[in-house]
Write a protein that binds this ligand. Structure first.
Ligand code: F6P
Length: 321
């Protein structure tokens, strides 16, 4: 291969830039030109490509967001959109692609690759940590730490006012951020979409805590399908218990900002592994980490399975609360 492309797709996550940097520099070190594809698949359709040399990716390892920008392209979902994208890719002489994003991005990559015989390697970039084939996705650790800092801060107020707080964290239909930040923040309860129907139990817990004189209670809620669900839950708990509450929705502050060392390390390793895999002739796999090892998982296996959080951690959080 003489020239390859790299893009970021779906929600941005802290550490994506570190992955772009390492993939680019590994490719260059092997005598291959790297092109950045702007705005994900939408930029691919529009032929919005920029050459990336070593200097183009300087100073970005500690920057959140993505220098390539990102988008969710509806047009790429259709065969005609992918045909246009492939035309631009072929016209620019790109012989392979590195795609940084989540499951949806890999599904798109797989379709493009199968329809037009172009090799693609995935890198899991999402704060949600919901990709199988890797212990952690790029950005998850940073998001957990941001949520944790917020929980610690809110505990000061909850404790000063003897209040119940519901803190909603991100994670579309996945409870990883809630579980990890809630456990580390000593939350009295953690609600995740993987475990349903616990409201009566939560109401009983909050009443019992109050009876025992424990008046400051923090409930960490994963957003699930729709942001703002914590308000509905809190109101239902108020009906069941009569307890007053406050709700804080953390929202997009969890996606931005400086990536942690753990995310920079993960991104640097996975970006390099993806470029190496592509140049070694691999295709249609995602580079992930298992224990301390880099592993390559075929795209088809990624969306066939749902990544489940460790419910042992939820039991531990309950025991310790
Ligand atoms: O997938 C990452 C994520 O941050 C989810 O946790 C969240 O539900 C979603 O993206 C929000 O997407 P958007 O930025 O498009 O509102």
């Amino acid at each position: 291969m003489k020239r390859i492309g790299i893009l970021t797709s779906g929600g941005d996550s802290p550490g994506m830039n570190a992955a772009i940097r390492s993939a680019t520099r590994v490719a260059i070190s092997r005598g291959v030109e790297m092109f950045g594809i702007m705005r994900g698949y939408q930029g691919m359709i529009e032929g919005d490509f920029v050459p990336l040399d070593r200097r183009a990716v300087a100073g970005i390892i500690g920057r959140g967001g993505t220098i390539l920008k990102t988008a969710r392209s509806k047009e790429f979902m259709k065969p005609a959109g992918r045909a246009r994208a492939h035309e631009k890719v072929r016209g620019a002489g790109l012989e392979g692609l590195v795609v940084i994003g989540g499951d949806g991005s890999f599904r798109g990559a797989y379709k493009l690759s199968s329809e037009f015989d172009i090799p693609v390697i995935g890198v899991p970039g999402s704060i949600d940590n919901d990709s199988v084939g890797t212990d952690s996705t790029i950005g998850f650790d940073t998001a957990v730490n941001i949520a944790l800092e917020a929980i610690d801060r809110i505990r000061d107020t909850a404790s000063s006012h003897d209040r119940v707080f519901f803190i909603e964290v991100m994670g579309r239909s996945s409870g990883f951020i809630a579980l990890h930040s809630g456990l580390c923040g000593g939350a009295e309860a953690i609600l995740i979409p993987e475990v349903r129907g616990e409201l009566n139990e939560l109401a009983a817990l909050l009443k019992e805590n109050r009876r025992q004189g424990k008046l400051c209670n923090i409930v960490v809620v994963a957003e699930g399908e729709e942001s703002g669900g914590a308000f509905t839950i809190a109101n239902m708990i108020k009906t069941l218990t009569g307890l007053d509450f406050r709700v804080t929705i953390l929202g997009h502050i969890q996606r931005g900002g400086i990536p942690t060392a753990a995310d920079r390390l993960l991104a640097t390793r996975l970006g390099a592994a993806a470029a190496e895999a592509l140049l070694d002739g691999k295709r249609n796999v995602m580079a992930g980490v298992s224990g301390n090892d880099i592993v390559l998982t075929p795209f088809e296996q990624i969306w066939d399975c749902r990544k489940e959080p460790d419910l042992g951690l939820l039991r531990l959080a309950k025991l310790l609360s």
